[in-house]
Design a protein around this ligand. Sequence first.
Ligand SMILES: [Zn+2]
Length: 420
Amino acid sequence: MPNSQLVAHNETQFKKHVVELAPKIWTAVGFAASTQHMIEGDTSVTIVDTSESTSAATNVLAAFRTHCNKPVGRIIYTHSHRDHISGATVFCEDRTIPIIASAAFASDLVGQDAACIAPNKALGRRTMAQFGIGLTSQERISLGCGPGDRPMEGMGAGHVPPTQLVAEDCDIDLDGVPAQLIHAPGETADHIAVWLPEAGVLIPGDNWYHAFPNLYAIRGTPYRDFAAWADSLEMLADLGASVLAPGHTQPVFGKDKVREVLMTTRAAILHVMQHTADGMNAGFSMDDIATTMRLPDDLANLPWLGEFYGKASWSARAFATGTLGWYDGNPTHLGTLSSTVRAQHVADLAGGVDALLAQAKATEDLQWRLELCDHLIALGQSAQALKADAMEALAEIEINATARNTYLWEAKKLREGTGS
Ligand SMILES: [Zn+2]
């Protein structure tokens, strides 16, 4: 049985519907991995974010059209992640409309320049694993940031590059609706929030959603600036919005509630930073910092800080690496052993490869079983099925959707003979 909290999060946070945020402002939730927003002006509408596929965008546009039939006058991208920019062709029937984004658009994307040396193949594989691409929707359950079950046709196919890049915070007239575009670096450096002061509606992009923030994405991302993200959350909270329409999950209503969710998420980020810095200063190992990484109870029990998408222990590792790099201060780690040599040493300690295999089968610690399987596989032993079993067992208890998907995806590859 999959983790019941993850199942419940998927059912509630990605329930598919169009929500009226305020008169003439709507959000589409549950149609795609991300949300999309429509703001009605005098003679046209503004679309904020466009989903990850042309099929999802088509469904969203049809749903929006039941509320307002005015033509799309402009598109705003909150940031450059593919799940927000890949349905634009569907919305811009008129290809001459402005498409507005941050001047830092796409600045954090890895391997965009084909001439650069980049681990694109690894990134591609890990992205497939994180999002469970190739798993059935029943296996996948959730993306953590979006529904596990959603249309996949036209994935990535509808992107249109931005035509207007915004370098400074600015006021903008959305065809009669006054708005502000506010730079808010967080999940990415190229985030802009859309603030509609008359309606009190704030569209923060992915700087907030109903899950622990993805301070590190296991598909592989450059360092996400924790301090900047925390600062942006405080700045956004200080706007005093009464409606928050995030880039993923359901909107939040109520001035006090909006401030609470933003400021407690900021507190969670600061806690990860402090815990990690304290541990590094005390000379603790990265494993010990990560395994002792817990939010205080007053934060841990908040439903919007459940680790459905981001994970605090991974975040601790990311903060350590992002601030001081890979060296953890233990000179043992200045040298290295190959996987095979280390595995042979462990096997010798265990009393041989057969004894190692027996321990891998006997232990009830699934993490330890995975580590022993890795040693066995490094020594050419057939421990792939045992490792796949352990990953599938971990997937069932895992609250984090990206970990669940990765365990299941990699287990499938191991059974097919293409995993490691
Ligand atoms: Zn997103």
